[in-house]
Ligand binder design. Sequence first.
Ligand code: NPW
Ligand code: ADP
Ligand code: K
Length: 488
Amino acid sequence: MRTAYRVETVRAAERALMARLPAGTLMARAAAGLAAACAELLRPRLYGARVVLLVGSGDNGGDALYAGARLARRGAAVTAVLLNEERAHPGGLAALRAAGGRAAGAAGAERLIARARLVVDGITGIGGRGGLRQDAAGPAAAAAEHGVPVVAVDLPSGVDADTGEVHGAAVRAALTVTFGAWKPGLLVDPARALAGEVRLVDIGLGPELPPEPDLVAFDDADAAALLPRPEAESDKYRRGVIGIAAGSARYPGAAVLTVGGALRGGAGAVRYAGPAGGGVIGRYPETLVSEGRPSEAGRVQAWVVGPGLGGGPEAAATVADVLAADVPVLVDADGLHSIDPERLRARSAPTVLTPHAGEAAALLGTSRDRVESARLASVSELAVRYGAVALLKGSTTLIAEPGPGGPEGRGRVLANTTGTPWLATAGSGDVLSGLIGALLAAGLAPLDAAALGAHLHGLAGRAAPVPPMASTVTEALPGVWAALSPRR
Ligand SMILES: NC(=O)C1=CN([C@@H]2O[C@H](COP(=O)(O)OP(=O)(O)OC[C@H]3O[C@@H](n4cnc5c(N)ncnc54)[C@H](OP(=O)(O)O)[C@@H]3O)[C@@H](O)[C@H]2O)[C@@H](O)CC1
Ligand SMILES: Nc1ncnc2c1ncn2[C@@H]1O[C@H](COP(=O)(O)OP(=O)(O)O)[C@@H](O)[C@H]1O
Ligand SMILES: [K+]
């Protein structure tokens, strides 16, 4: 499990640790890890390699300078571009000079960068505020223009460490070497995309960090531990029956894809209620189909409602009928048009909402741009406002639960890291709904079901032959499942 902490938490942990260690120890640890990562990138010819450090006036610049000193001692030709010559970290600058490195003002930065093999971004770390200022934006842009790989120190400068938001110019890194703990912004787009590969350097912060992280990302082991497995005494009902109210005369395929996701999600049985039963049976004869209202379809342990439902009063009536059931309900796509926060908060069983950014914007009464630029705030707001687990789809899929436990009285938030833009294909969201629905029916807690579903869906999107389509993502699920949890 990857755990990320906000700046104020990281700073408190650093203070506690620093109080027990000789001055400069943490920066020395950070710089050693940073230098090792840079040296690896410069292999096999570190000797003579031109390295440019972009050095801001805080400790982030200090890390870059001490790391630059280590590289210079090993023979690299290191030049520090000091964005503020009076305020560069004095100890770091002395160390760099003592190791044979040079320092320059910002004026000649572009010429130096154009000839460099590597740029180290030590402009701002967790002390940065807003997008890069003019004087810092120029050198950052020069690295991108000349195609020189950038290693970001702690964070790509210009991104918001706590939220992943980017307000203005920012560095685009090939590698980010972060210290002590992941920061939430490294897991959330648009910042995540600017961080490139991320490497965590252990500076001994672990014991000082609180047990509740601000953002969590599952790894394969977390996913494997949650996968439902049939027991000796299992029958199809105990494994979980999922009800699906999806599809319409206009969108019959959504019913088929949602049912497929549910079957490949390990449901003991799938009941389909709606007008697309013929198509569903044709593709998946194992489905129990009916044409009446969902509440007349028979007992289920969870419902999925919404994909391809179409609009209008009939769709709204179907959603209301499903929400009246006292079992977990996942609402997706067209189902999201007719939900009411009061009604959802009054439900005694959990609700899961799975909007993409456009649907989330409508639910929050804001714009799609605002949702995409502030994903973390948006997903938490959705969860709190609707009293539901919210899964926000897109380039970073985030999952939030309502209620106390997290920062500012908000619930836990998870980021899914398995996704791929190849999943942006019609109907792949329907597969995700069915998959999460099956996991809900199997008895997983809603946050776990949503996070595990997103994890499996992302892996399946990667495993499906390129270019994937929703059906082939579904068919990749068994392979993903088997790789995580070999059959007994
Ligand atoms: N604490 C520890 O134990 C450890 C900390 N470590 C390291 O320290 C880093 C934190 O250092 P920090 O607190 O000095 O802040 P930092 O990230 O350098 O930024 C502040 C500077 O940025 C400037 N600036 C701000 N916004 C800007 C903008 N938009 N555009 C341009 N400039 C901007 C701001 O300028 P000012 O506003 O003061 O004029 C100020 O000079 C942390 O990320 C990690 O790398 C490690 O060594 C491990 C141990
Ligand atoms: N840029 C992207 N990177 C990663 N995943 C994406 C991206 N865009 C969309 N996805 C994923 O693709 C799926 C699309 O779902 P959705 O928008 O509901 O489409 P549909 O309604 O056609 O099924 C979601 O799982 C979403 O997270
Ligand atoms: K940085």
